[in-house]
Write a protein that binds this ligand. Sequence first.
Ligand code: B12
Length: 437
Amino acid sequence: MRAFTRLWDELMEKRYGVTDPKLRRFRYGVQVNSLGLTEAQPENNVQRIVIEMLAVVLSKDARARAVQLPAWNEALGLPRPWDQQWALRIQQVIAYETDLLEYGDIFDGSPVILAKTGALVDGARAELERVEQMGGMIAAVESGYVKRELVRSHTERLRAIERGDITIVGVNRFQETAESPLTGRAEGAFLKVDPVAERDQIERLRALRAKRNADDVSAALRGLTDAARSTENVMPASIRCAHAGVTTGEWGDALRKIFGEYRAPTGIDISTRVPGAKDREALLVDRVKATGRELGRPLKMLVGKPGLDGHSNGAEQIAVKARDAGFEVVYDGIRLTPEQIATAALEEGVHVVGLSVLSGSHMDLVREIMDEMRARGLGGTPVVLGGIIPVEDVAGLRTMGVSAVYTPKDADLNRIIGEIVDVVRASHGLSSLGALA
Ligand code: B12
């Protein structure tokens, strides 16, 4: 954050000519890195949260205006009030039981911090230049560069964890654990969303639709469509829609009909495979190839992200790993409907469908996808699922026909892909190749 505010200050002054240093201050809040919080031994997340928070608490020059802390059970599901209270108390202990907020910047004058900050600023500057050479950020996004680099950086981190170059306590080292009193409870250690909430919302929507004036709604939607077709500002027409009781879904559909739907680059066209390397991945490549030969064509997997959640990291990492292992991979990005996924599975003739759901709506989505697949004669195509899936839902998913379920604690992607090869083999009556050494 020190590097970030330094860079911001420099850009404001040099590029935008803001001379008053006070006006160049960037005001921002910080949430610590939730991506690093683990499902395995989740109590360790508290240490991780505190350490990351200290970075901005100790560094006054970083000028964080607010900190927001996730809870110990971040990778398990939504936090309950008690979990949120614990996260809040962490801040309060730091603020009121320590004197850390009473000093200026205690990193000031440290040559180590200065060098680290300098290196980060230089790296960021080089990246900014690269983006500018591409024609700016919009061009860099549209060309797929930005997404590809995000995926690549995440892939490199996961490979380093897999190789053991990065230690994650409880995940790739020190996995042994006594039984946890926090997670051992039958009702689960996170917030369960009451299904009544969904029914209530649907009811409210029905009531709204019943009481609004249908003529006003169609006139407002026509106004929106006309504005969108012309160069007119769509805001007044949108406000008219809101007053008439047009729902966000109807509003979005109207705009989609005119502008179409943006499918962002997926960024999975990268590889970290080292040709010729004699590692576990090489073993996996052999298994994928051999199974493809036995089945008469290369193994093909559809990675599908149904529903509305935008958590794409898991799907991307599975897609990259599967491709590095020799699978042909079909992945079209986030927010597909069950129907689109089943249709793609049919058209692409895949051996297996891999779904990724982190929204909590896995039961409904899987049920719908299974129905859609059966309706297309794909009842025999195996389905595996990954994401934030509470352990108590696994049996139900198995009953629906899901062959395997993976969650964040399954950090060994080679093992996951190896098991998927076995799932494909089993669906064709071939024997298992066993655990990957
Ligand atoms: C990063 C993250 C985000 C990023 C997502 C960026 C991106 N492009 O993916 C951002 C900041 C955008 C985000 C936003 C939100 N998030 Co979020 N997010 C996370 C976080 C911290 C990590 C997820 C992740 O990327 N993990 C890394 C990948 C590699 O792991 P993974 O997906 O779990 O995949 C592994 C396995 O699950 C499995 N797997 C996954 N998919 C598949 C598919 C196949 C085929 C296979 C075989 C295996 C497999 O293999 C992987 C290997 O380990 C989690 C908490 C956590 N630590 O898990 C919350 C979390 C998922 N988010 C959550 C929420 C609530 C949200 C928001 C709704 C918050 C809000 N109120 O706005 C928004 C929703 C945004 C949206 N439009 O959908 C909740 C979901 C709760 C639930 N399901 O009940 C979580 C659990 C946090 C929490 N405890 O509240 N989030």
